[in-house]
Write a protein that binds this ligand. Structure first.
Ligand SMILES: [Fe+2]
Ligand SMILES: [Fe+2]
Length: 180
């Protein structure tokens, strides 16, 4: 989601800063969601799969940590909130069962994959390396999405309601983290 440009907000450096800030916040939140799931689903059959996804989120976050420093972009001021909200979303859905946790993954990753696709389309030609990074991460988010479906996400009660609510929350979080 791209908020309407504000006066003085339209230079390339500022739009790149917003882009990296929201991606960093998103990967930070993703890592916290999987941490919340793992805290609850200690002995579930899906734990191995969730650990694999969590390890990829760690790598995504590490890359955005590096990019924020390299490009002198401040992180989202809401990181303490994403810390708690991400964990609560992961743990809260996992408490409903591993299929609900997988439904959460499907919902979150579908929004993130769309978000990365939008960014990749908007990237200037001079940002080929960043484009390759985003393309790789997007492919991994799509794998997470498909892993969620393969583990019975759609069998969770109230799947359409649950995923619609989580998708709305993620879109609101993206909108917030671009600016704040
Ligand atoms: Fe990620
Ligand atoms: Fe992911």
């Amino acid at each position: 989601m791209i908020p309407l440009p504000l006066p003085g907000d339209d230079d390339a450096a500022e739009s790149m800063a917003r882009m990296l800030r929201v991606d960093h916040a998103g990967e930070y939140g993703a890592q916290r969601i999987y941490a919340g799931q793992l805290a609850v689903l200690k002995n579930d059959a899906a734990v191995g799969e969730i650990r694999t996804m969590a390890a990829q989120e760690e790598a995504h976050l590490a890359e955005f940590n590096r990019l924020l420093v390299a490009r002198r972009v401040r992180p989202s001021a809401l990181l303490p909130f994403w810390h708690v909200a991400g964990f609560a979303l992961g743990a809260g859905t996992a408490l409903l069962g591993s299929k609900a946790a997988m439904a959460c993954t499907v919902a979150v990753e579908s929004v993130i994959a769309e978000h990365y696709a939008n960014q990749i389309n908007r990237l200037p030609q001079s940002e080929a390396a960043l484009g390759a990074t985003l393309t790789k991460f997007r492919a991994e988010e799509m794998e997470h999405h498909d892993t969620g479906l393969a583990h019975g996400a759609e069998a969770t009660p109230a799947y359409p309601l649950l995923t619609a609510a989580i998708r709305r929350g993620c879109k609101a979080a993206i909108w917030l983290a671009e600016g704040v």
